[in-house]
Design a protein around this ligand. Structure first.
Ligand code: SAM
Length: 306
């Protein structure tokens, strides 16, 4: 059973956390060190987040993401900052770099929106190649890390579902595991991205490969046996003692994602499933050389504004 799962639940909660082990470890440390007091029945209580599968709408998901990333940004950046690099563009835990992948094309002279930018490492890579990036994220703390690294990229604190830009402001939009896995209504985000893109603009984003949801979130052999239905779209939710979500991830099948892309007003140009490279011996949550050599861990959708 996944750490934090409710003892009464018998399902093994599958892999759906981006960079899961580190996040789970960080969450556990957070729980131990800063358990949040809540009031219930006039009593102050401490809670241990309970992991479950249940519905979670737009607002609840967004609120949970903002709080979770604000609380965990320090740990995320200290654990993974070196792998991400201050100015590299890494698509996921396999380590596929945009310098090698070339999914964005020539970015020189382009206005680029990076969504769910975290500490804006990808935006810095884009700027070094002559693009004019804007790094957008929901989490204030993640953007403070962007400022810690440098003040060379414009930062915007906003929700991907309501982009604070005029129509047709950008030539290109991109996201490395930012926002899309965490939103209840990805089509709404895609329509927003389409709105702010100029005609023909490209939208390239990576997410946890949907097949991972069918497996336990473990880097070792236990992570190789199917434990849940791939077709179960019920979101993964961690909730506090009063039932409020403190972390949410949403599952879509590959087919769902393709339909969402089309419904959002895009053409799917390519779907890239990075293979685990021989040089990468690092485990990152449920992503490991063992599993990476057998099943995909990341899906990168390359789309064009229809
Ligand atoms: C896994 S991190 C990826 C960050 C960065 N791209 C990287 O590779 O390190 C996910 C990021 O998405 C952001 N995020 C989550 N939901 C979002 C939303 N609805 N709108 C904008 N950003 C969001 C989080 O705050 C977090 O910084």
């Amino acid at each position: 059973m996944r750490e934090g799962a409710h003892p009464g639940q018998n399902a093994a909660y599958p892999a759906h956390l981006m960079f899961a082990k580190a996040i789970v470890a960080a969450a556990a440390r957070f729980r131990r060190s800063r358990a949040q007091p809540t009031t219930a029945g006039g009593m102050i209580q401490e809670y241990e987040p309970e992991a479950t599968r249940r519905q979670a709408g737009d607002q609840e998901s967004s609120r949970a993401s903002r709080g979770w990333w604000d609380r965990n940004a320090d740990e995320y950046q200290s654990e993974h900052g070196a792998f991400l690099g201050d100015d590299r563009f890494v698509w996921g835990p396999e380590g596929l770099d945009e310098a090698e992948a070339g999914l964005l094309g020539d970015v020189a002279g382009l206005d680029v929106l990076e969504i769910g930018a975290g500490a804006a490492q990808c935006s810095r890579w884009l700027a070094a190649r002559g693009a004019r990036p804007v790094a957008l994220d929901l989490s204030h703390r993640q953007l403070q890390h962007a400022l810690r690294i440098g003040d060379d990229v414009p930062l915007v604190e906003a929700d991907a579902a309501a982009l604070p830009f005029r129509d047709g402001s950008f030539d290109l939009a991109c996201s490395a595991y930012g926002a899309v896995p965490f939103v209840a209504d990805p089509v709404r985000v895609f329509r927003e991205v389409r709105r702010v893109l100029r005609p023909g603009g490209r939208w390239v984003f990576s997410v946890t490969h949907p097949i991972r949801w069918a497996f336990p979130d473990e880097p070792g052999p236990e992570g190789l046996s199917v434990s849940a239905s791939y077709f179960d779209r019920t979101p993964y939710v961690e909730q506090d003692g009063e039932g409020r979500a403190v972390y949410v991830e949403h599952h879509r099948t590959i087919g769902d994602r393709v339909r969402d892309v089309v419904a959002g007003g895009f053409r799917l140009v390519d779907l890239v499933e990075p293979e685990w490279p021989a040089w990468n011996s690092q485990e990152w949550g449920g992503w490991s050389p063992l599993r990476g050599n057998l099943i995909p861990g990341t899906a990168i959708f390359v789309c064009e504004r229809a």
